[in-house]
Design a protein around this ligand. Structure first.
Ligand code: TUI
Length: 312
């Protein structure tokens, strides 16, 4: 089994950018691909035409491979599944569901398929369905999350599969990247740290909120609705958790967060909007270009792996 993620994807370093809703647009995706990783356009809940436009714009900024993340709860997921084929996208990552029904069409088009999973059961199903690799995403991640930590999830998925496993959730520097390699991962997916790079178009307020975050600043809302989401604490998470504790209905809670991510990312309303972020925000303190960040990450990881001694 071919396990070199860089060869499989035609990239320099085994670093995949998270397909973050509203954040992962073409400037960021192209910057990550130009830095030697795999940039990703996040389709999130956007219409298919927006995604097609983003793909075309990314192609103008990079001649390197990039991917599209399809959020499977989107009403446009089916249409977008065809757009990636029509536009010749090389890699698809998926989140918040199972992409089984699109797999045959993507494989036929030569697309590498990388489902993001949060459990061993779904990881096994994805391998059986023909996935080229999986992203094992721990609960440290931002946005929509599962229950297991990266530390616990990655080695169990590695043991259960033969395809390469990419680790995600809680990784922002060389220590995190090297640690996941020790768990058996062959690459990393990084989200939060890419939100603050120079090329990211996210509102300054959002970037500053991540850069100022402390270790204990994230909150999970929506456990009661079955859609747990991690974001940095603010007026919105406080109100949500109060309502949730009072036993508010699914509809009431959904209404509260409707459009919340856009409000924070685009308008910079970091008090009333949803500032989705991973737990690792507390470690992120520097503003770098994408290339500077990726180069630093690789340099740190290499040194740690080369210098690792278990016993004298
Ligand atoms: O998908 C993500 N992270 C996301 S999606 C998103 S958009 C959104 N915005 C507001 C509310 C809800 C969603 C924001 N962040 N990560 C990958 C991921 N997938 N994490 C967990 C899962 C997952 C969960 C359940 C995958 C499959 C699943 O069940 C599949 C099945 O059919 O059994």
């Amino acid at each position: 089994m071919k396990t070199d993620v860089t060869k499989l994807l035609g990239i320099q370093y085994p670093i995949i950018q998270g397909g973050m809703a509203w954040v992962a647009e073409y400037h960021l995706a192209a910057a990550v691909s130009n830095a030697g990783g795999l940039g990703i356009i996040g389709a999130a809940s956007a219409p298919a035409d927006w995604v097609r436009e983003q793909i075309r714009k990314a192609k103008e900024l990079t001649d390197k491979p990039f991917g599209v993340n399809i959020m499977l709860m989107s009403p446009y997921a089916k249409e977008i599944a065809s757009v990636v084929v029509e536009e010749g996208v090389k890699v698809v990552t998926t989140g918040a569901g199972s992409p089984e029904k699109y797999m045959a069409m993507w494989k036929e088009a030569g697309i590498k398929v990388i489902p993001v999973v949060a459990s061993v059961a779904l990881a096994k199903r994805m391998e059986r369905a023909g996935a080229d690799m999986v992203v094992a995403e721990g609960t440290e991640a931002g946005g929509h999350i599962g229950e297991n930590t990266t530390m616990v999830l990655v080695p169990q998925i590695v043991d259960a599969l033969t395809i390469p496993v990419i680790a995600a959730g809680g990784i922002a520097d060389g220590r995190g990247m090297a640690a996941t390699f020790m768990l058996g991962a062959k690459g990393v997916q990084i989200g939060t740290a890419f939100v603050v790079v120079e090329e990211s178009q996210v509102h300054e307020n959002y970037k500053e909120r991540i850069l100022k975050a402390k270790d204990i600043d994230s909150r999970v809302t929506g456990r009661s609705t079955g859609h747990p989401v991690r974001a940095l604490r603010n007026d919105l998470t406080k109100k949500y958790i109060e309502l949730e504790n009072k036993g508010a209905s699914f509809e009431e809670l959904e209404l509260l967060t409707l459009g919340g991510l856009r409000k924070a990312v685009v308008e910079g309303d970091i008090k009333g909007g949803s500032v989705m972020s991973g737990q690792i925000a507390g470690l992120i303190k520097e503003r770098l270009t994408c290339k500077e960040y990726v180069n630093k990450l690789i340099k740190e990881t290499k040194k740690l792996i080369e210098d690792t001694k278990f016993y004298e």
